[in-house]
Ligand binder design. Structure first.
Ligand code: ADP
Ligand code: MG
Length: 699
């Protein structure tokens, strides 16, 4: 390890002022080493640089002042237990009081005669006159001329347990003081020059303790050369890894290269129940081209709900099977696996290929039989959940893996396959349109096909947003639609922390709807806590038209296909994320009947919730929804909590920094092409890369 690396790897617990307690607090916030602390931007910057003469202070503003302590002390208030520390401060222009509530220890910090700098809000005192309330403070006599917390543009960090922004500021300042003069820089001189980026050490200094002449709003937009350089550095290293991984993958060979001839084309035409849309046709072409290459396919098929991804995947499966290869078709839930199984069996009825369903519900005798047939190669297509590739299933000749609605785990499963020595083609399908910036980073080594059109004859779904007070009217509307032969969903949000409560609400609402609102209609209930066979019964009944209304928590989100369902009523729509609402809406609009999505909300509505609901009425285009969702929520939340395969960025903000990301990608490609690193250099790069971005688990 070089001196630079050693310094950056220093554990925070060894720093002055960090005891075991603080070290633990920092660790909980993901901060373990000096590098962690340096490679984390402040939440924001505050300009405390302009010292104001005390006489010019006005109430209602935040101000920095410098002065001498005339007197100070603790006093009690009328409320028992409350103590106020007060100091009287003077400069040439005048004097002002500063007060701190319940910080008795300040007794030992301040003393008359000291020179101090304060920063804080100026308020009017009850007795008249002005005061600074709970200001940040710094004693000038114990600083070597330079202030850390006041009198400059200061960084404000996110609190980490008991480690306040102020303590962190001090820590970072100390670290920067000790930064090795010759800190190694992963960015070469020419590269930095090309983009006007400062060197690494200078950038770290300026990003935490900016020079006085930097505009504070540029800092707060994270748009100064130092900040941009650090973001670029992270993006560059990340893209190097992505491209290196792609290069390694290009050396893999799959078990058998697929051929396509007229016979196969004819067999595809024979099973096709309808004419493909242009989007489906194009996607299929791209997929089949991949299948004919010697390297395993690694492709993401994106298309809005109802775009018709399944048939495209099935035709690709047919191509594989016609070439003597087996196909694993994976769905995220057993319900979906069963639906796929049913429709695939129907479509392939006239073909000679044999399809099996393998789920947790399969009896052990049947399972044993199926496993033997899969191993022998006499079962050609197996539908199941992710257990399909993770468990003890041995394929005779696995040629293609299709992963439905699970883009998050697609990468993971690929790694599992590789570990088993399998290198099949992998096709991941998703109805979550992924904005380009995310696709670039998360799926940098995936090829992407997009279906943007919908099968013909679909009427755009009508979306209405109404306050709860209009529920009765909507129920009447629901009844009208059901009288016309449609079916309806009523969705309740499932708040994770209180699943029980949400469940109770859904159950009660189902009872209420069944007994009081629609006593003459057939109402079913579906929720996540139900046993698999219970769920199955309800869904089958709904799909068969034996239920008019399906009350559900969000389990229907992932893809129940009931074309006759024409109304989607979402309760507490304000609690759902935008992409989630869009997914829910996608459950209707699957037939030639007009469909409706009714979003009921409860007051008060936050600005963000209002924006989400507006977006839902503005557009039905999933890509536009995804972009808006990303803007609204930021990338951290876009996919919910942290997922395997989603890189952990320290500085990159996917929305804010998308241009830098593109530049970094181009530079990384150039670097790889011009440096042409040897195999083991690439392997080493990949190793540090995956641990750095916490991608270890996906190999
Ligand atoms: P998704 O992309 O959401 O997985 P599906 O594959 O489930 O969509 O397709 C939705 C519905 O549209 C299915 O009932 C399917 O049979 C039908 N479908 C798909 N493609 C076409 C097409 N080209 N013409 C007519 N109907 C189609
Ligand atoms: Mg689907």
């Amino acid at each position: 390890m070089s001196a630079s690396e050693e310094f950056l790897a220093t554990s925070l617990q060894f720093l002055k002022g960090v005891g075991p307690r603080r070290a633990a607090d920092l660790a909980r916030a993901g901060l373990h080493t000096v590098e962690d602390l340096l490679y984390r931007f402040p939440l924001r910057y505050e300009d405390r640089s302009r010292l104001q003469p005390i006489a010019s202070l006005k109430p209602g503003q935040a101000a920095s002042i410098a002065g001498r302590v005339l007197s100070c002390g603790l006093r009690s208030t009328r409320r028992p237990g409350f103590k106020i520390f007060e100091a009287l401060l003077a400069d040439e222009s005048g004097s002002v009081r500063a007060t701190w509530l319940n910080q008795a220890f300040l007794r030992d910090v301040f003393a008359a005669g000291q020179h101090v700098v304060l920063f804080g809000p100026v308020e009017m005192r009850g007795s008249g006159g002005l005061q600074l309330t709970n200001p940040q403070y710094e004693r000038l006599d114990d600083e070597e001329g330079e202030t850390v917390h006041t009198g400059r543009i200061v960084p404000v960090y996110e609190k980490a347990g008991g480690v306040t922004p102020k303590i962190q500021r001090r820590l970072v300042h100390d670290i920067l003081d000790r930064l090795p003069a010759d800190l190694e820089d992963p960015l070469s001189d020419p590269l930095r020059l090309r983009h006007g980026f400062p060197a690494r050490a200078a950038a770290l200094r300026a990003a935490h303790f900016p020079p006085a002449d930097l505009p504070v709003d540029a800092l707060n937009r994270f748009d100064t050369p130092a900040q941009r350089r650090l973001v670029f550095e992270e993006a560059f290293l990340f893209q190097l890894g992505v491209l290196a991984r792609r290069r390694v993958a290009a050396e893999e060979e799959k078990p058998a290269v697929v051929r396509v001839d007229d016979r196969i084309r004819e067999s595809a035409r024979a099973v096709l129940p309808f004419k493909l849309t242009p989007g489906q046709r194009q996607a299929l072409k791209e997929i089949v081209e991949d299948q004919q290459r010697p390297q395993p396919m690694n492709r993401l098929l994106q298309g809005d709900v109802g775009a018709g991804k399944t048939i495209v995947a099935l035709l690709a499966a047919l191509v594989a099977m016609e070439n003597g290869l087996q196909v694993a078709f994976m769905a995220p839930t057993e319900i979906l696996a069963e639906q796929h199984f049913a429709s695939i069996t129907r479509t392939l009825q006239a073909s000679r290929f044999r399809v099996a369903l393998l789920t947790g519900a399969t009896s052990s005798a049947a399972r044993r039989r199926q496993l033997a047939e899969i191993a022998a190669g006499s079962l050609h297509l197996v539908v199941g959940t992710h257990a399909l590739v993770q468990g003890d299933v041995q394929f005779h000749a696995l040629g293609l893996v299709v992963i439905d609605e699970q883009h998050r785990f697609g990468v993971l499963q690929r790694a599992t396959l590789r570990e088993k020595g399998l290198h099949p083609d992998v096709l991941v399908m998703t109805a979550t349109p992924i904005p380009r910036t995310l696709a670039l980073t998360m799926y940098g080594d995936l090829e992407v096909s997009v279906i943007r059109d919908l099968p013909p004859g679909r009427l755009p779904i009508k979306t209405v947003v109404q306050p709860e007070s209009r529920r009765d009217e909507l129920h009447q509307f629901l009844r009208g639609q059901i009288n016309e032969g449609r079916q309806a969903y009523v969705i309740y949000p499932l708040v994770e922390e209180s699943e029980k409560v949400a469940l109770k609400a859904a159950t009660e609402m189902a009872d209420h709807l069944a007994q009081e609102v629609f006593p003459d209609l057939r109402v079913g209930l579906l929720h996540g806590r139900m046993k698999a066979d219970g769920k199955e019964r309800v869904i089958k009944a709904f799909a068969a038209g034996e239920l008019d209304i399906l009350v559900a928590t969000t389990v229907v989100e992932v893809g129940v296909d009931v074309p006759n369902a024409g109304v989607m009523l979402v309760e507490h729509a304000e609690r759902f994320g935008l992409s989630q609402l869009h997914q829910l809406r996608g459950r209707v609009g699957r037939s030639h009947h007009q469909s409706y999505c009714c979003l009921l909300y409860q007051h008060p509505l936050s600005d963000e919730a209002r924006e989400r609901l507006r977006a839902m009425t503005d557009t039905t285009d999933g890509f536009e929804i995804a972009e808006r969702d990303l803007q609204l929520r930021g990338p951290g939340d876009f996919f919910g909590t942290r997922q395997a395969g989603v890189p952990t960025f320290r500085l990159i903000h996917l929305v804010r920094d998308h241009r830098l990301l593109e530049t970094a990608r181009a530079e990384a490609a150039d670097w790889l092409a011009s440096t042409a690193p040897a195999r083991d250099a690439v392997a080493a790069l990949l190793e540090s890369w995956s641990s750095r971005f916490k991608l270890m688990q996906i190999g």
